[in-house]
Ligand binder design. Structure first.
Ligand code: UFG
Length: 329
């Protein structure tokens, strides 16, 4: 029996595939390679290139393999882009998952781990954010993920498909080998953009807003290492298979760092001065996003290993130095 990883060639998916493989699981990967990289997946792992909205393709994959569960990463995930192109986000994130669930149901696959996001909360009502806090997304991206969480709830009710939805905070870092890491084209995330400056690929880092109500005026985020996140998927899969109970968990470290603190830490790690340029706020950025992951720690037995910001940046830096042009090197 295999675990089907959808979006397994993407940044988070490829790290999860490594983690699950190292735990000895049989895996197959589906990815349309719209953003993922074929090179990020071990050539020994069965790989199917195709889109989740292609029912004929999905049906073939589910017919050819004995699939016992699905881990679903495949999605568009840029908040800003989603505001400009909401139809793209509903089409890919909601329609893709809808088709996946239809095919899962048809093939009697009753377990799914779903990549959700802190963006389901919108502007937090209190800090740290708890799973039961209000979910009022401020972007189509967050709305699309929340729509899927609700769809999952009803699929559990009607068909007995059990799920764990994991609401990620700010994922960063790379596999300790430096072989795989974050390679988005174009890049929009803070840590890889800072490291591009350290690599000499861009002259300075633009800081989006220095007038937030935080200690140094820049946004505070909760950074979680991608391998800790990957391990949480393994634990979640075991948990839902064992208990047959659907759940939602936050995944962050519960420690907030401002944009200025991230830059300062990256200066220490890379030895580069990393010049900055302060510009206006980026629309839709909440001032502070900080998770309580107590529920995941208590119920899944999750224990982040790489919680130091310097360790997270160090691992990303190792990947960026080894692959200055990402997977095209
Ligand atoms: N930032 C800059 N300059 C940059 C890039 C980012 O100052 O060039 C700042 C942002 O304004 C933000 C922080 O760095 O304050 C982190 O930004 P990222 O783009 O790296 O990440 P986000 O916080 O926007 O995104 C994260 C997750 C999303 C989730 C979102 C919820 O990656 O999946 O939080 O708001 F939807």
């Amino acid at each position: 029996m295999s675990i089907c990883v959808c979006g397994g060639a993407g940044y988070i998916g490829s790290h999860a595939v490594r983690c699950l493989f190292d735990h000895g699981l049989d895996i197959i990967v589906i990815d349309n390679l719209s953003k993922g990289h074929r090179l990020s997946v071990d050539p020994n792992i069965p790989f199917y290139q195709g889109d989740l909205r292609d029912r004929v393709f999905l049906d073939k994959v589910f017919s050819e393999n004995k699939i016992e569960g699905v881990i679903h990463f495949a999605a568009d995930s840029l908040v800003g882009e989603s505001v400009l192109e909401p139809l793209k986000y509903y089409q890919n994130n909601v329609m893709g998952t809808l088709t996946l669930l239809e095919v899962m149901n048809q093939h009697k696959v009753k377990t799914i781990i779903f990549s959700s996001t802190a963006a389901t909360y919108g502007e937090p009502v209190s800090t740290p954010i708890l799973e039961e806090d209000p979910t009022i997304p401020t972007s189509p991206y967050g709305e699309s993920k929340l729509a899927v969480e609700k769809l999952l709830k009803w699929c559990d009710h009607a068909y007995g498909i059990k799920y764990i939805a994991l609401r990620y905070f700010n994922v960063a870092g790379a596999h300790p080998s430096g072989d795989i890491g974050e390679d988005h084209q174009p890049e929009s995330h803070l840590i890889p953009l800072i490291l591009n400056v350290a690599l000499g690929k861009s002259p300075s880092l633009k800081i989006f807003g220095t007038d937030y109500p935080t200690k140094d005026g820049t946004c505070i985020r909760d950074y979680i290492h991608v391998m800790d996140l990957a391990e949480a998927h393994f634990l979640a899969l075991n948990k839902v298979q064992e208990t047959r109970q659907s759940k939602i968990y936050n995944l962050g470290n519960g420690q907030g760092y401002s944009v200025q603190e991230v830059i300062q830490t990256a200066r220490k790690v890379t030895g580069h001065p990393i010049p900055t340029l302060s510009i206006e706020r980026r629309p839709g950025d909440p001032a502070i996003l900080l998770a309580s992951s107590q529920k995941a720690c208590d119920e899944l037995g999750w224990k982040p290993q790489y919680f130091e910001l310097s360790t997270i940046i160090q691992s990303a830096w190792a990947f960026h130095q080894k692959h200055p042009n990402g997977f095209s090197d």
